[in-house]
Design a protein around this ligand. Structure first.
Ligand SMILES: *Cc1c(COP(=O)(O)O)cnc(C)c1O
Length: 316
């Protein structure tokens, strides 16, 4: 299991690459939720998501260990982050994506000089291909969440939040494979354990919620949630034990609530966030916990939205 020392080390590793993102606040959101609400703005991070933190920590470590290239199998934010940092460090990156990938995602990866290879439609097809390329090219496969360097890198956002704001009562964090929340949990619970950390999942992708309830890894059979960064089918082997040890609660939000939160942030706060991040706002807006009159932070994990699909995310 990773510890706070790994997160401190990650922070030094990534300091010259990542941006320290601001905390935003909204009076209206605070009024509506009955808490004093802050938003940690990782949608303003380079590459548009927190994923650059873990990817930078992992790819730097791979380069020190002599890797000549890196590969991954994610077409989303993780793929963009790996392509970005590999390009900065001067090694090639191959990102294996599904045949039906959105054009905007291919363009984003290619804009960071990443090489895109299309393979199959499922992660079961893409993963082995990415690992095969890594082996052929004396490269390193960079997992999206289930890796100690990735988890420690993501945890650096927890340290930043504690430095930026005093007297925090709770932090709301979206959960996909659990890399982000396991890093944040380690940073918070090994520094200031009185801060509650609440995980948020879509009702349509509640694998972590069910896994905690049943005390074993439970997976779902695929999901159509609009929170596309949270569609991972089950928690990670390394991330799940951290959740089991430390997480205070996991709450669920509906697709309609995610759309409402997305629309609120766009219209009122003038911020473009992605549906995966709107889950954490929705949990606060729609009072999924008993917290009232508290200082709460929602972790806005990213802001990459396919503009062609945006009209479908807005409710009026
Ligand atoms: C990857 C991602 C998540 C989920 O992170 P995990 O480490 O997989 O739990 C949440 N939001 C956004 C925007 C992401 O890209």
């Amino acid at each position: 299991m990773i510890g706070i020392a790994d997160i401190m080390a990650a922070r030094e590793q990534i300091a010259d690459t990542i941006r320290q993102t601001p905390l935003l606040s909204s009076e209206q959101l605070s009024l509506q939720s009955g808490n004093c609400v802050f938003l940690k703005a990782e949608h303003l991070q380079k590459t548009g998501s927190f994923k650059l933190r873990g990817a930078t920590n992992k790819v730097k470590q791979a380069v020190y260990a002599g890797a000549a290239s890196v590969t991954t199998a994610s077409s989303g934010n993780h793929g963009q982050a790996v392509a970005y940092i590999a390009n900065k460090l001067g090694i090639p990156a191959t990102i294996v994506v599904p045949e039906d990938v959105a054009v905007c995602k291919v363009e984003a990866i290619e804009a960071y000089q990443g090489k895109v290879e299309k393979c199959g439609l499922t992660s079961a097809e893409r993963l082995p291909r990415a690992m095969e390329i890594a082996e052929q090219q004396k490269g390193v496969f960079v997992p999206p969440y289930d890796d100690p360097y990735i988890m420690a890198g993501q945890g650096t956002v927890g340290l930043e939040i504690m430095e930026e704001l005093d007297d925090i009562d709770a932090i709301f964090v979206p959960i996909g494979g659990g890399g982000l929340i396991s890093g944040v949990l380690t940073a918070i619970k090994e520094t200031k354990p009185s801060i509650q950390v609440i995980g948020v999942e879509p009702q349509l992708a509640n694998d972590t919620y069910l896994s905690l309830q049943q005390n074993q890894l439970v997976s779902h059979e695929g999901t159509t949630t609009i929170a596309d960064g949270l569609r991972t089918s089950q928690p990670g082997d390394l991330t799940f034990p951290v959740l089991r040890k430390y997480v205070d609660d996991v709450v669920l939000v509906s697709e309609e609530e995610i759309r409402q939160a997305f629309t609120f942030v766009l219209e009122r706060m003038k911020q473009l966030i992605e549906p995966s991040s709107a889950t954490a706002i929705a949990a606060v807006m729609f009072e999924k916990t008993a917290l009232r009159g508290k200082r709460v932070v929602t972790l806005v994990s990213g802001g990459n939205v396919d503009l062609a699909a945006m009209a479908g995310l807005i409710v009026k």
